[in-house]
Design a protein around this ligand. Structure first.
Ligand code: URA
Length: 438
């Protein structure tokens, strides 16, 4: 078999055999097929797509490129969760301790922020000293001891995806439904959990801009998971506006603390989504018979303080200090605090998630490139969000950054992200639909 023949086949839209896909992926992962050949194949896939059978074969080959976690020594039911990424999405940091507080086990591997989207690892590391890079044996030890681990993907898990994702990022080939589905699901399958909750984001700040696209991605990922014997469910949720009020790293940790401490000022959309994702996890793990029962169980973990205690325990176990969680006001503050004032009055119709995410990145909260350093204290706090009334002259957002000139340059972009109108907008739920939860 030769890579060139496989590329030629996809260039003219023909269907691959399982063996051809396995040959391409495994040889690429081992360095026997060069980047330029894999790039050409990826671009042909973007144009011609993959059949369902090809996508299944791609996922299986990616899983086979590395190790798979063996969770047989974990005492409780294991659940994994994945979000397709967005702006202000801190749900993992709340969902993991809530589920773990009841005995559900979560060896949760997450990613870093890139571009306008944030990443769980950066948020966790903003607390200072929290370790996120672990060997497989350490992850298993931690989950056996305290029920959950919040860490990076190990070196040995799906190495084909690590190489292919970096290549896709550099060759404009990320936007492909089968490539995204195989990339996400290969990591979930290699992660070993029998139950997987997917949060598929829809809207301007997400990969999937429309509901039909998001639904198609969710359905494909569910089919892939089921083909590997996993129970998979998906929540399709809104990412037109940022999730929650805080966008950044330390500021998002602060919002997670507020949520887990049952603070009534938490944005209702954020809490609604967290409770539903937890309910989905409980349902798939067999801990709740219905979503309603799962939401009650999740609320109980918040109200009792068990979930907050679990988050502190996870952070401490990973070498971090829970001091900033216990006393958020003692966390380092950005040098510059810059209010964005409304230049007219009106009801907030829309807050452009992508524009806010890009602005937060410019302030230092995110990375334009993988190697960029982030400023843990940088970010944006929305003072007004969709549906609220902003009077002229009042602050709609506050920017946090290290450099006044950056705040000044970014301010117009943040104000332009707001759309105001004379009438309140028609209320819209953060949840569009669920799949696999009835
Ligand atoms: N997240 C992934 O892990 N892979 C993709 O292809 C897109 C988003």
């Amino acid at each position: 078999m030769r890579a060139i023949d496989i590329l030629r086949k996809k260039r003219i839209g023909q269907v691959h055999t399982q063996e051809e896909i396995r040959f391409l992926v495994l040889n690429y992962a081992q360095g026997c097929i060069p980047d330029y050949q894999m790039s050409a194949w990826l671009m042909a896939v973007v144009w011609h797509g993959l059949t369902e059978a090809e996508t299944f074969a791609l996922t299986a080959a990616m899983v086979a490129s590395g190790e798979t976690l063996d969770l047989s020594s974990i005492p409780g039911p294991c659940v994994d969760k994945h979000s397709t990424g967005g702006v202000g999405d801190k749900t993992t940091l709340a969902v993991v301790p809530i589920l773990a507080a009841t005995g559900v086990c979560l060896p949760k591997m997450s990613g870093r922020g890139l571009g306008h989207t944030g990443g769980t690892l950066d948020k966790l590391e903003s607390l200072g000293g929290t370790r996120t890079a672990f060997e497989t044996a350490e992850i298993l030890d931690q989950v056996r001891s305290i029920g959950a681990c919040l860490c990076a993907q190990t070196e040995h898990l799906v190495p084909a995806d690590r190489k292919m994702y970096a290549l896709r990022d550099a060759t404009a080939t990320v936007q492909s439904l089968p490539l995204i589905a195989a990339s996400i699901m290969s990591k979930k399958i290699a992660g070993g959990c029998p139950s997987i909750v997917l949060d598929v984001k829809v809207g301007g700040g997400a990969f999937m801009k429309t509901l039909p696209e998001a639904r198609a991605l969710a359905q494909l990922m569910i089919k892939i998971g089921e083909a590997h014997g996993r129970r998979v469910a998906a929540v399709l949720s809104d990412m037109d506006a940022p999730l929650g009020y805080n966008i950044g790293n330390l500021v998002e940790m602060r919002e997670v603390v507020m949520l887990l401490q049952n603070n009534p000022w938490v944005e209702p959309r954020l809490k609604e989504l967290v409770l539903l994702l937890c309910a989905a996890g409980f349902y798939l793990a067999g801990q709740a018979r219905t979503l309603a029962e799962g939401k009650i169980l999740a609320e109980e973990q918040i109200v009792s303080g068990a979930a907050f205690e679990k988050l502190c325990r996870i952070v401490q176990y990973q070498g971090g200090s829970s001091n900033y969680l216990q006393h958020p006001l003692q966390a380092p503050c950005a040098r510059v605090k810059w209010d964005i004032k409304a230049t007219c009055s009106g009801y907030v119709q829309h807050v452009d998630a992508e524009a806010i995410g890009l602005a937060a990145m410019r302030l230092g909260a995110g990375r334009a490139q993988q190697e960029d350093r982030i400023d843990p204290a940088a970010g944006i706090v929305l003072r007004q969000t969709v549906g609220q009334y902003a009077a002229e002259g009042t602050a709609v957002a506050t920017l946090y950054t290290a450099d006044e000139s950056i705040a000044r340059q970014t301010a117009p972009q943040v104000w332009e992200a707001f759309t105001l109108a004379a009438k309140p907008p028609v209320p819209k739920s953060v949840i569009y639909e669920t799949i696999g939860l009835t």
